[in-house]
Design a protein around this ligand. Structure first.
Ligand code: ADP
Length: 494
């Protein structure tokens, strides 16, 4: 029997701190919507567990209570509600108003400050996830595999290994190793972590408690969200202090490239666009550029290379590199349309630059799903100068929208963008521009390469079409997860 057919019997609990469209701050929100749907399409019995933030309670208002969770250790009591995501995938909503009914986002208040009780908020999420994957499950349904995502869920493998009966195997997926969930060690008691786990061969990390460390240490498998990132997190440059531990677990580490939701991100049907188009009607992309220029107050200029950016405004994303490159970029026939939010200093700097040159630079500070789609379609090229990028989704969206990405050669960007060369163009492999150094000069050089190709309309069209022809669907990668689950089950059963 093929591995995928074997996987069809598996019950998978996919625990996540965010899931689009109910709660999303970044790529994890998108992946939490699209990967479970792809796994369900393969026949797996997959269920998503996420906290009942107000937006989730509102979206899942028809969800009904399926279990009461009694308080344990220093964690409060809660309820499990069962509903369905828009994809049809079952969702378990962890309802605990004292922890999750907040005005701000999933992790931070409206001022961008982390909630002071995040250890408990995500400790509870991890604890309930682990119970659902054990003989102590509060439901008849009990997971065969626990699929954890990032630090807010990464304590779950520790709970499974540290005493829950009938524990299922677990994997922790690293979407971003830089976020580690580090808290004072004295919160361990309230989380119910036994004293023997509070050491470096356990959850302790330089005198503190690290959720991510716990996951990396106790999970049966570790997955990084691209093959290149799987390699990078073993190095000092990208290991964020965890490289030693990751290295000791290298034989349990895999890299699986994220896919995208090909329906939500489809220029042929995207309801946010003025004019829909596909690879055969690429000329219909042009009205989207004009519409974007008009909407953002940029000059109506068909010939300018309109660069789009949709990003968290943080050091990771290399936002400062673009700011520093602006004088050089503005000396070229270039416009910029940026959508993003994050560090106050970057928000301020972009506002100022846009105010100084409104016909060339537009900066919309905030989160706006509609505008994100319109930038993907309306821009000529998409810029991602990330210092590191575990996978990155926007470069995939932009290729699907015929908007070649200009990206730094790191992580998933290496695995999903084909660098321009004349040969690569004609072989169908080139789909964007990569640059190596995290410097403004290297970025400008890559933009110059793009400008040169942009001046040759036939070559540019071929480049756009190469990107549009790439398959970023979950098909292959969901199958890789399914095969991994089967292998984990086989080891657990042996
Ligand atoms: P990360 O998860 O590191 O932020 P990704 O490229 O993996 O980066 O995913 C980012 C996701 O969040 C994409 O779907 C992107 O369109 C979206 N996004 C980021 N910032 C904004 C914003 N300001 N408005 C709308 N969508 C945004």
């Amino acid at each position: 029997m093929s591995a995928i057919r074997k996987a069809a019997r598996l019950r998978v609990l996919f625990v996540t701190p965010e899931c689009a469209p109910w709660a999303k701050t970044g790529g994890l929100g998108d992946v939490s919507a699209s990967l479970p749907a792809a796994l369900a399409a393969l026949g797996l019995d997959v269920c998503v567990l996420l906290p009942g933030y107000p937006s989730v309670r509102q979206a899942a208002r028809n969800a009904r209570k399926v279990a009461d969770i009694r308080s344990a250790h220093g964690l409060p009591s809660a309820r499990l509600l069962r509903g369905r995501l828009p994809s049809g995938v079952p969702a378990l909503v962890l309802d605990c108003p004292s922890l999750y009914r907040r005005e701000g986002g999933p992790y931070q208040d409206g001022d961008g400050v982390d909630y002071s009780d995040n250890a408990l908020r995500f400790g509870l999420l991890s604890h309930v996830a682990a119970r659902l994957a054990s003989a102590a499950s509060p439901l008849v349904w009990r997971a065969d595999i626990l699929h954890c995502n990032d630090w807010p869920t990464a304590l779950a493998p520790a709970y499974l290994k540290l005493g829950l009966p009938g524990a299922a195997p677990s994997l922790v997926v690293v979407h971003n190793l830089a976020f580690q969930g580090i808290f004072p060690l004295d919160v361990a008691e309230r989380l119910g972590l036994p004293p023997e786990s509070l050491k470096s061969e356990g959850v302790e990390y330089w005198g503190k408690l690290s959720f991510l460390k716990a996951g990396l240490y106790y999970a049966d498998r570790i997955v990084a969200v691209s093959p290149t990132y799987a390699h990078e997190i073993r190095t000092e440059a990208h290991g964020c202090g965890m490289q030693g531990l990751v290295e000791t677990r290298a034989n349990r580490l895999a890299g699986i490239l994220n896919g995208i939701d090909m329906d939500a991100w489809n220029p042929r049907t995207d309801p946010h666009l003025d004019t829909n188009y596909d690879a055969d009607t690429l000329e219909d992309k042009a009205p989207n550029k004009r519409a974007l220029q008009a909407e953002l107050g940029l000059a109506a200029d068909d010939d300018a290379l309109l660069l789009g950016m949709v990003s968290r405004l943080t050091d990771q994303k290399g936002i400062d590199l673009v700011l520093d490159a602006l004088p050089e970029l503005l000396a070229r026939p270039v416009q910029l349309a940026l959508l993003g939010g994050g560090d106050a200093r970057f928000e301020q700097a972009w506002r100022e630059r846009a105010a100084a040159t409104p016909e060339r630079i537009a900066a919309v500070i905030g989160f706006d799903e509609r505008l994100a789609h319109r930038i993907e379609a309306g821009a000529d090229a998409f810029v991602m100068p990330s210092r590191f990028e575990p996978c990155g989704l926007n470069q995939m969206y932009s290729q699907r929208y015929g908007t070649p990405p200009i990206v730094r050669a790191t992580g998933g960007l290496v695995d999903s963008v084909g660098d321009f060369s004349v040969d690569g163009l004609h072989r169908g492999e080139a789909s964007g521009f990569l640059f190596a150094d995290a410097t403004p000069a290297a970025l400008v050089e890559a933009v110059d390469r793009a400008l040169k190709v942009f001046a040759d309309r036939v070559a540019w069209r071929t480049l756009c079409r190469n990107g549009m022809a790439r398959d970023f669907s979950w098909g292959g990668s969901a199958g890789r997860y399914a095969r991994l689950y089967v292998a984990m089950r086989a080891v657990a059963a042996a």
